[in-house]
Write a protein that binds this ligand. Structure first.
Ligand code: NI
Length: 307
C-alpha cells in the first residue's frame, strides 16, 4: 500500500484559512476541512474556494458543541445545522462528521454519519508554535495516518509548507480522508464528495489499516474503576493488554501516558474527565457508554459528583 497520509483541519473557516489554501494550492495538496456551521455562515466564500480547489468538506457541527452533553434531538440539530450551512454555501452536503472534542457516544453513532477521528494529534491549538506542530506531526505520523490540525491557528499556516515538504521527503502521498479510506493513491485527482460508499455510518475512522478494508479502529482503551485503582484494557496484541493503574486518591484514575488512545466509560455511573492545570480545570462528563477520543495524557478520571 502506498504511504498515504490525510491532513485535516478543524474549526474553520477562519481568517487563517485562505493562507492555508494558498499553501495547499502551491504544493498541489488536497486536504479535508471539518468546518463549523457558524464559521461557514461568516465566511461562505472560503468554503466555496476550498471545494473549488478540490478539498473535501466535513461536518464539525453547527456550533462546535460537545455532542455527548446533548440529547438525541439536539445531536441531530447540531449535525444538521453544520451540514445545512455547508449546503447553503456550496450546494453540497457533507457526510463525514468529526465530533467536536473527539467526544461521541452510541447516540452520536446512531445519528448515522461516519465519524472521522485521527491518530496523529499535533496539538497545534495548544502550542501555537509552528516548529512544535511540525515536530509532533512527524513524531506520530505513519502510513495511513489522519493528522489533526486547526485552520484557526496562524502557527499552523506557518508550519504547513515545512510539514508538507518533510512528509513528502519521507515518501508520503498526501490525500483527502475519502481517498485515504476509499481509494488508492493512484486515483488522487478524483475526489468523491459523497463518500458513503467507502464508509459505514456510525463507525469511527482514525487511521487506514495497512491491509484489507478499512474497519473501525480497535485502539480503544477501556477503563474500569476498581477498588484499588483503574484497569485499562488495551487492544489485542499489545503486550500490556491490561494494566492496573494505581490510584493515589481513592476513586481517582490516572489515564494513559500512551498518546492517541480513547477511553470509554464502561461504568454504570457518570465519570468526569478533568485536568488540573494549576489555574483551570477542563472537564468533560462521560455518561455510561460515552467515548472520548484524543490525547488524554495529563487528564484525570473520577466518578462525577452526584447531583
Ligand atoms: Ni474542533
Amino acid at each position: 500500500m502506498a504511504r498515504c497520509v490525510a491532513l485535516t483541519f478543524d474549526d474553520g473557516p477562519s481568517p487563517v484559512t485562505p493562507r492555508l489554501l494558498d499553501t495547499l494550492a502551491a504544493a498541489h495538496v488536497r486536504a479535508t476541512f471539518f468546518v463549523v456551521g457558524r464559521q461557514v455562515r461568516a465566511r461562505p466564500e472560503v468554503v466555496r474556494r476550498a471545494l473549488a480547489e478540490g478539498h473535501v468538506l466535513g461536518n464539525h457541527t453547527g456550533s462546535h458543541a460537545r455532542l455527548t452533553a446533548l440529547d438525541a434531538d439536539q445531536i441531530r440539530q447540531e449535525i444538521t445545522a453544520g451540514a445545512e450551512a455547508v449546503h447553503r454555501a456550496t450546494g453540497v452536503r457533507p457526510t463525514l462528521l468529526r465530533p467536536p472534542f473527539g467526544a461521541f457516544s452510541a447516540t452520536v453513532r446512531q445519528a448515522g454519519h461516519p465519524l472521522v477521528l485521527w491518530d496523529t494529534d499535533t496539538l497545534d491549538w495548544q502550542s501555537k508554535d509552528a516548529a512544535e506542530t511540525v515536530r509532533r506531526a512527524l513524531d506520530r505520523v505513519g502510513p495511513g495516518s489522519v493528522v489533526l490540525m486547526h485552520d484557526t491557528e496562524p502557527s499552523t499556516a506557518d508550519a504547513l509548507p515545512e510539514l508538507i515538504g518533510r512528509l513528502r521527503g519521507a515518501g508520503y502521498t498526501l490525500v483527502t480522508v475519502p481517498q485515504l479510506f476509499g481509494l488508492s493513491a493512484a486515483s488522487v485527482p478524483s475526489v468523491p464528495l459523497s463518500p458513503s460508499t467507502h464508509f459505514t455510518n456510525g463507525a469511527d475512522y482514525r487511521r487506514r489499516p495497512a491491509t484489507g478494508v478499512p474497519t473501525p479502529h480497535p485502539n480503544t482503551v477501556t477503563w474500569r474503576h476498581r477498588p484499588d485503582g483503574c484497569s485499562a484494557r488495551f487492544p489485542d496484541g499489545c503486550p500490556d493488554a491490561e494494566v492496573l493503574v494505581p490510584s493515589p486518591v481513592p476513586g481517582v484514575c490516572y489515564p494513559t501516558d500512551r498518546p492517541g488512545f480513547a477511553l470509554r466509560n464502561e461504568t454504570v455511573g457518570e465519570v468526569e474527565l478533568y485536568r488540573d492545570t494549576g489555574c483551570t480545570v477542563r472537564a468533560a462528563t462521560l455518561h455510561p457508554g460515552d467515548e472520548q477520543y484524543g490525547d488524554l495524557r495529563g487528564f484525570l478520571l473520577r466518578p462525577a459528583p452526584a447531583g
